[in-house]
Design a protein around this ligand. Sequence first.
Ligand SMILES: Cc1cc2nc3c(=O)[nH]c(=O)nc-3n(C[C@H](O)[C@H](O)[C@H](O)COP(=O)(O)OP(=O)(O)OC[C@H]3O[C@@H](n4cnc5c(N)ncnc54)[C@H](O)[C@@H]3O)c2cc1C
Length: 529
Amino acid sequence: MTRHDAVVVGAGPNGLAAANRLVDAGWSVLLLEAQPEVGGAVRSDRELDPDFVHDTFSAFYPLAAASRGLAAFGLEEHGLAWRHAPAVLGHPLPDGRWAVLHRDRQVTARLMEEQHPGDGVAWLDLCAVWDRIGEPLVSALVSSFPPIWPGLSVLARLPGAGGLDLVKTLLTPATELGRRGFGGDGAGLLIAGNAGHADLPLDAPGSGVFGLLLTMLGQTVGFPVPEGGAGRLAQALARRLESRGGEIRCDAEVEHVIVEHGRAVGVVTADGRRYDAGRAVVADVSATHLFGGLVGPAHLPARVTRGMRHFQLDPGTVKVDWALDGPVPWASPPPYDPGTFHVGDSVSEMTEALGQVAAGVIPAKPFLLAGQMTTSDPTRSPAGTESMWAYTHVPQPDQTVRDAGEGGVRGLWDDSDCERFADRVQARIERLAPGFGSRIRARRILGPRELEARNANLVGGAINGGTAQLHQQLFLRPVPGLLGRPETGVRGLYLGSASAHPGGGVHGAPGLNAARAALLHHRLRRFHR
Ligand SMILES: Cc1cc2nc3c(=O)[nH]c(=O)nc-3n(C[C@H](O)[C@H](O)[C@H](O)COP(=O)(O)OP(=O)(O)OC[C@H]3O[C@@H](n4cnc5c(N)ncnc54)[C@H](O)[C@@H]3O)c2cc1C
């Protein structure tokens, strides 16, 4: 048995962020991770080819780059270096045109202007609005509820940023947003494609603000990648934690949280070891596992058990990685090589594909998010080659109704389903880049089951810890009774994973919010003694 002030369960970016925040406050912290290495969905590997680094899950980190909480850790001193592709994001169209987001807004505007006169100025106007409101808006969205100070700051700046017109713009669905003030389709493709990173229907309110947020982060901080692989970000967090006395144990799956007299006092791992926590247990664990197994139902308040009956996961995911012998042979090369690119012939095709997923249908023309990693960071593979991936969403395995495509994918996501669906994904790229298939040195497919096997938080391939739709956001996340706060209804136990507000993405906010709540409660307990 060991005793620490805090035990953090799960070494994803949120668990690592929480643990760092707690050691900074002088607490003794033990971080327990089920997998053989830290990082959660922020890891890299050389499984396809020893000369190629592939990011096993996530790859681009605008949210991390914009996070004040992560910036405060000074991760550059612990080995993190950011790299940027020549362009942030590209969206190729079958007619050879590209929508391109460049980190220099003047370049983005020039490219838009070339496609439709007037769109360049409209883009710069949109950027100017974001300059006024973006920072407080992001702060308000990532703070614990209620976000009093950042909320007031947003309200104070609202009149200068467009007032109620801006509120209406932010509530406009992504499908419409790109049409407001733009004659060409470039802005709309960029915003809708970015909205497609969450599982919000593109024609529903909430998709517009999410698409705009990611697009404007791309415009202001870029979509950076850690030099050497995504795992370097997690390793920098882990190194910093250990340099300050924090302890990390891998291959240590927590089986349950010990609750005594209504208070979480420690955890037990699969090998039967007990680890005591004098002040807090922070769970970087999906809500489904924390409230559906790690904590016995007898210890949970009725409002949590009730809320979890209606907890909704986000869709499943299929990710395909390729080691390419050469660069992607675009039929029509982009004006600047993008790190991230999206594949969808139009906003309406993307809307249809994401709508199908929501309806339990495997899309015939899946909307792809893809990354050219060597283009983003030349250290990822030998010169002249490309380390590449694409992923797309599919219905949760138990919710698949049918396949809209011709391959007869059943939604079981066994090897056969994964191979046939990966061929469909690959054909989408081949159409835009004839000869793509002939450059493949190695391919790997991570279907929903394989993703979950590599990280228990990715339940059924859900990458965001629960749907990002409005009915499970803000004070409704993860369940209405918890009011968007990290408290769980069990004293001393905090939910610090992407299942908590503000949800998925690598920004550390759920972990930092959980650590902050634990520190505050500890201070209050001491005060009342
Ligand atoms: C394929 C994919 C692509 C993505 N792309 C991006 C991207 O490009 N940019 C971006 O910002 N976000 C991206 N995301 C989302 C982002 O990676 C996640 O939202 C983020 O990693 C969530 O962090 P977390 O710490 O909450 O959980 P995770 O990163 O999932 O980590 C949870 C950790 O907890 C461990 N764990 C779980 N249960 C236990 C237990 N009982 N005992 C011990 N350990 C346990 C797991 O093994 C895991 O290591 C992507 C995700 C996926 C899967």
